[in-house]
Structures are given as structure tokens and as C-alpha cells.
Design a protein around this ligand. Sequence first.
Ligand code: ZN
Ligand code: ZN
Length: 378
Amino acid sequence: MTATRSTKAPRNWVTTLMFVLTTAGALVAVPWYGLAHGYSAHLWVWFAVLLAANGLAITCGYHRLFAHSTYEAHPLLRAVYLLFGAMALQNSALKWSADHRVHHRYIDDPERDPYCAKRGFWYSHIGWMLRNYPSGESDFSTVRDLQRDPLVAWQHRHYLALALAMNVGLPMLLGWAAGDVVGMLLLAGVLRLVISHHVTFFINSLAHIWGSQPYTDGNTARDNFVLAFLTYGEGYHNFHHMFAHDYRNGVRPWQWDPSKWFIRAMQGLGLARNLKQVPWFKIQRAMLDAQFQRAQERLAAHPGRAQLEHLRKRIAEEYEAFCRAVSTWSDLREQLAQAKRAVAERWEHSTIQQRLRELEYELRFQHRRMRLLQAQLD
Ligand SMILES: [Zn+2]
Ligand SMILES: [Zn+2]
């Protein structure tokens, strides 16, 4: 099926040549120049700065701001994202977001998900861009909100000029200042671009193949610490596909997510606001849901085993307690909303909020108990 698709879709020569030339440059010209002339520390610093600027413009800007609206940003910050996003050479924010919103909506659907992981590692990593597949045609009806944004529309209109200025003009200027134009073009231009490309592409390929699924196994997305480390925090992809409107991907305080820290820093500077967060209870609920589902599957695999009877009973009890907690939580949230509408006394709010916090603790302990029960099922 995949082979038929690959042979039928016409080759996208512009993109293919761009990848071939930049990859050849990174593999041949960069080491050759390094051996012949060497690269100064000055060049390496700019390489690292621009690599990080591209990465964060894609994760904090293209992804979490433009594609998912997980927070609001000052026009100055939006402009910086759009400039360095154009430098990352992954299309305009408008096209990128249109494709990405379709990826979330039709995840794993081989006919509609533009970088469907079920079509294999190569396809989801880079293959989807090398040919004009029908699933790769951008649906701009999904980004009406962004089309109304003057800065996003401006970047889309002048994308090619901006991409050239940022990829060739800026490294030439920096190289001139450093006294090594060719060296800067190779390091901060070519090598930076190739690494930046593949780091982002890993989120579409490896983050759908390798890792754990603590929140849902209803799609291919995975949580993976190694990938989070390489991708500025985007490796917590199972969480992201479950709660795409949260500005965080690594939701735990200790999870490596420089993008969430950057967004918070921008909030501290007054350049970002209204950071959206899923209530902790809902996150716990999703994890417990996934645990119960897995436990049920394992129990169903051994229907007649008497040793498992006590576990079956314990898990059924836990599930009942879980359902009770979920329904109490919904009732309390409703009560809280009503109390707020009625401008009730503050003590009334805090009593309800106290109860909600207790329910969160209950779920946290339940999650630990379920882990122990599950270990017995393995
Ligand atoms: Zn994904
Ligand atoms: Zn996303």
C-alpha cells in the first residue's frame, strides 16, 4: 500500500534538492573546512545560539503558540518567533500550523495525517515532504485565526525572502564580523540547519515510535526523556497529544522541558500571558484511566487463573473508588463555578477548593496503589 503511494505521488524537487544539498554540505563541506582551516570558538558560539534560537522558535512559537494557542504573546516575541522560525526552514508558521492541526485531528490516519507514524519511520521523519502526497496538501481552513494575525500573514507572504535573509544574510553578516564568512556560513548556516531539521523531525517520527504511553494508548504518541532532552522538551509527546492545549509538554516540575521554562521566563518579562494549564486532577484521571485499561487487558488474557482472583477484586474496588472520585470532582467544580457566579463568601470557595485538593491527593495515592497492583500482574 505504502509502495503504491510512494510511486504514485510526484517528487517535490525543490524540497528534495534542499535536503540533498544541505545534508551533503553538512557531511562533506563542514568537516573538510574544519580540517583545512579550523573553526574558532566564536563560530561555535554562534552555531549553538542560532541552533537554540531555531529550536525554541519552533517549539515555543510555531508549536505551542501558533498551532495550539496555549498562551498569548507580545507582538515583539511573536516577531522574534517568526524570524527564527523562518530560519529553521520548516515553512511559514501558517502552513506549519495548518499541517500540525490536521496531524492532531487525524492522528495515525494514513490518508489524512500529513506525517502519519503508521506509514513508517522514514515517511513520518522526512519522506512525507519529499513527494507531493495528497495527505500533505495544507488545509488552510484550520488556521483562520492565524490568517487574521497580521504578523503571521506577513511572514507567510514574505517567507522565501525571510528564510534566505536569515539563513544566508545573517550568517554572512556574523561571519564578516568574526572575520570568517565561509566558516560561519558552514557552521551557523548549513550544520545548524541540518541538525535543527532532524531534531524537529524526530518529534514526528521517533516520538511516535519509541517511549512509554502513560496517558493514553489510543494513538502512537510516546513520552521519552531522551527525545525530550534533544527536542527542547517536546519528547513528552504522549502527554502532548492528550492535552494539546497545555503550554507544558513535560508536565512534572522535574521533567526536562526548556520550552515551558522559556515561556514562563517570557511571562516574567511581561511578554507572555494567560498560560493554559490542564487541572492536575484531569491529568491524574487520564493516567489512572490508562492503568485500569491495561490492568483489564492483562486480567482478560488469563481468564481462569485462580491466583489472580484477589487482584481482580482489588482492581474492581479501586475502579469503583476512582469513579466516585471523578463524579465528586465534577460536582464540586460545578458548585465552585456556581459559587463564583453568585459571588458567594470566600470561605465557601475555599471549602470547595480544599475538597478538590483532597480529591487530587486521593487520585495520586490511587495511582501508586495501581502501580503496585499492576506490578503483580506483570
Ligand atoms: Zn505528534
Ligand atoms: Zn502539537
